[in-house]
Design a protein around this ligand. Structure first.
Ligand SMILES: [Zn+2]
Length: 52
């Protein structure tokens, strides 16, 4: 049997400001940049949030 690491257990990148989780680091970084500047959420970014 081939040993296959499950892709279902992907690492989530979390915004340290709002705590939202993203599958892609670019969105996590975009969120952090936005959160630190605007103190609010950008719908273009939060649509990529991965719900637990
Ligand atoms: Zn954020």
């Amino acid at each position: 049997m081939p040993t296959k690491k499950s892709s279902a257990k992907q690492k989530l990148y979390k915004c340290k400001h709002c705590g939202f989780g993203y599958r892609e680091k670019k969105w996590q970084r975009a969120c952090e940049a936005w959160c630190s500047k605007h103190n609010s959420c950008n719908i273009m970014i939060t649509r990529h949030v991965v719900k637990k």
